[in-house]
Design a protein around this ligand. Structure first.
Ligand code: SF4
Length: 384
């Protein structure tokens, strides 16, 4: 039996997780005992993170749709077809969707490929989560524990449990916690001193009550949010933090939402992703499943390529499906919500003919006669 350290892929907190490997198979997880973020604890999602490796819908070979049915193809055939199609469209009619669930290296590769083809319609989906403002200073996860007053927008106790744990630790040390949300959840009410139900975050942030502002100003305070998803809401939260000299920590959606943004792929919310899909004729999606938001827009795309680890609802609609390696089957890095970049480790081999996302993109570019300037993870990493 072997234990291999890696990083949890299930949310943006970036907890360390140990994968237990027996007979070349991952059979479970342990929390990474000395990891500075989760300090030997793990939530249920993190505990079960390894199960995706053996998902029944894992893709093992490239697939090409012929007469409405998927037929297995060689990598050569699939990449040849995609390359020819990409050449047949104007760059403005092509869109690329990257993913905060893929590594920095994967996202960098797709961004480089888009640049080489002159494609401007590119983004990664942040769904309904805060937009990452890279020009603003943010707090660290450790800051939460040292705070005396904590204002939380949303549910960090259920959704980002290891952030929630830090809030609880601060509370145990005497910090006051006020939670604000549109939805009333027992777990949030139980772990806060006061719960304020609102209909509109903008209205609340435009008229914060005097007592709360006084506490934010006078105490060592932090504002944490995973529920402020509109630009206006985020702006108002940053303004409140500036006005009261409080620290601020937005909680991003996926394990590498922040990293994808930092390598230069624009972060797009639900509506912006749908608009991107509607604006193109040919679409290449890496590791995302926008059919869950709107499958009608996808059905109108003339030529759809999906590169993913499982046969998702979006992959079902594709003309070509490419099998990729999941997080436990590749090297690379994730950048968490506090902008800490951490290495993930290859623990097992990918199934069948699945490859790392960055390698698929490099191979496709080569097929089209394009040199992206890298042939290994290390060469990509020199660029950021
Ligand atoms: S809090 Fe997030 S990163 Fe940490 S174990 Fe849970 S899902 Fe994974």
């Amino acid at each position: 039996m072997k234990i291999i350290h890696t990083i949890c892929p299930c949310c943006s907190v970036g907890c360390g997780v140990d994968l237990i490997v027996k007979d070349n198979k991952v059979v479970g997880t342990y929390p990474y005992k000395r990891h500075p973020i989760n300090e030997g604890k793990i939530c249920l999602n993190g505990k079960n993170s390894y199960k995706i490796i053996y998902h029944e819908k894992r893709l093992k070979k490239p697939l090409i749709k012929k007469n409405g049915e998927f037929v297995e193809a060689t990598w050569d055939e699939a990449l040849e077809l995609i390359g020819n199609k990409l050449k047949s469209y104007n760059p403005e009619d092509i869109g690329f969707i990257a993913s905060g669930k893929c590594t920095n290296e994967d996202n960098y590769a797709l961004k480089k490929f888009a640049e080489a083809l002159g494609i401007k319609n590119i983004g990664h989906c942040i769904c309904n989560s805060p937009k990452v403002c890279l020009d603003k200073e943010i707090a660290s996860i450790d800051d939460i524990e040292n705070a005396e007053f904590i204002l939380v927008f949303g549910d960090v106790f259920g959704i980002n449990a290891l952030i929630g744990r830090r809030v609880i630790k601060a509370k145990e040390r005497g910090a006051e916690v006020i939670a604000v949300d549109k939805i009333e959840k027992e777990i949030v009410k139980l772990n806060s001193d006061e719960f304020i139900k609102v209909n509109d975050f903008v209205e609340f942030l435009n008229n914060p009550n005097d007592e709360m502002v006084k506490k934010l100003k006078e105490k060592n305070s932090i504002i944490i949010f995973n529920a402020l998803t509109k630009e206006e809401e985020c702006d108002l939260a940053y303004k409140l933090a500036e006005k009261t000299n409080s620290k601020i920590l937005p909680i991003a959606k996926h394990c590498n939402t922040v990293g994808a943004t930092m390598v230069g792929v624009p972060a797009l919310n639900k509506d912006e992703i749908i608009n991107l899909i509607k604006s193109v004729k040919c679409l290449y999606i890496m590791g995302e499943n926008p059919a869950l938001i709107d499958d009608k827009a996808l059905k109108n795309v003339e030529f759809l390529v999906v590169q993913d680890i499982i046969m998702s609802e979006t992959a079902e609609l594709a003309d070509v499906v490419l099998p990729s390696a999941c997080w436990a089957e590749k090297e690379g890095t994730f950048t968490n919500t506090e902008r800490k970049t951490q290495k993930i480790n290859k623990v097992v081999n990918p199934p069948g003919e699945a490859l790392e996302d960055w390698r698929i993109i490099k191979n496709l570019a080569e097929k089209m006669g394009i040199d992206l300037g890298f042939s290994s993870i290390e060469e990509i990493q020199k660029n950021f």
